[in-house]
Design a protein around this ligand. Structure first.
Ligand SMILES: Nc1ncnc2c1ncn2[C@@H]1O[C@H](COP(=O)(O)OP(=O)(O)O)[C@@H](O)[C@H]1O
Ligand SMILES: [Mg+2]
Length: 255
């Protein structure tokens, strides 16, 4: 698949390398994330998944290129990357617990404020925030402190913050980890709802969740892309099976 057929958003990564004092956490990765499909990024702990996202969001310096809308994300600062419409969640939730759900979304909305007149901004702000509340299913809890949210709801609030930021690209780093089966299903449905028109990359360990929702899968291992394809192709891949079976002796990975 080549980028010239797409005519829509995509991130095209070429030879991405992240070197920590001689240790290549990401070692020459080529990868393309296309708009409109749920692209799962899997691999054993330490494979380099989070580091890859850190490099694409300006948190660590990588070499190579990561083209998005004629820009190279690797040459940009993290706040510029956010403004360009690339957002991410973290493995540990980052909501403000003392603030309400609404206030958390309002803070995320702040990135738009400078651009508009005050009155215009107010109306736009409430529309964006109200819509995000609906999409993530937290409208009834808007006035509650984020600290009282259940684990799943907190993750959805983080997704809501990305929606409010109008992130066109979302990297979700182990968002469903620790969720109940019911919360996972609701999360999968949420991602399906927001995927059209967006580029969504889901870092995940849970194979059942992957089987249910992944449109495309990239497997990373030791800083490199080990395999790519549909869920069926990945599951049938002997090298992938070997890595997971080998890894399961040392770390807990669902097969
Ligand atoms: N800041 C850092 N300095 C040195 N090594 C790091 C740093 N961040 C991550 N690593 C190492 O890079 C490798 C990849 O880590 P990470 O990207 O977190 O893996 P994953 O998210 O796939 O579990 C690991 O071996 C990890 O210990
Ligand atoms: Mg990680």
């Amino acid at each position: 698949m080549t980028a010239s057929f797409l005519g829509e958003d995509y991130i095209e990564i070429r030879d991405l390398t992240v070197d920590f004092d001689g240790f290549k956490a990401v070692g020459g990765v080529d990868l393309t994330f296309l708009q409109g499909r749920l692209h799962f990024l899997i691999g054993p702990n330490g494979a380099g998944k989070t580091t890859l996202v850190d490099a694409l969001t300006g948190l660590v310096q990588g070499t190579g290129t990561a083209r998005f809308r004629n820009r190279d994300l690797l040459a940009m600062k993290s706040h510029q990357i956010v403004r360009l419409g690339v957002g991410r969640t973290f493995q540990t939730a980052t909501v403000f617990e003392e603030l309400t759900v609404l206030q958390n979304l309002d803070i995320a909305d702040g990135i738009h404020r400078k651009a508009w007149s005050r009155i215009g901004a107010r109306r736009r702000v409430s529309e964006r925030v109200a819509e995000a509340l609906e999409v993530i299913g937290l409208t009834d809890l808007a006035g509650k402190p984020a600290g009282i949210l259940a684990h799943g709801q907190r993750q959805w609030l983080e997704v809501g913050m990305l929606l409010v930021q109008e992130a066109q690209v979302m990297f979700l780093d182990e968002t469903v980890a620790g969720m109940s089966a019911e919360e996972r299903e609701e999360t999968g449905d949420l991602l399906r709802r927001i995927a059209p028109g967006r580029t969504i990359v889901v870092i995940e360990h849970d194979m059942e969740f992957l089987r249910a929702y992944a449109d495309f899968v990239t497997v990373m291992h030791a800083g490199k892309v080990l395999a790519e394809g549909t869920v069926a192709e990945i599951q049938a891949n002997p090298t992938v099976q070997q890595v997971y079976l080998g890894a399961s002796k040392e770390v807990e990975v669902d097969v």
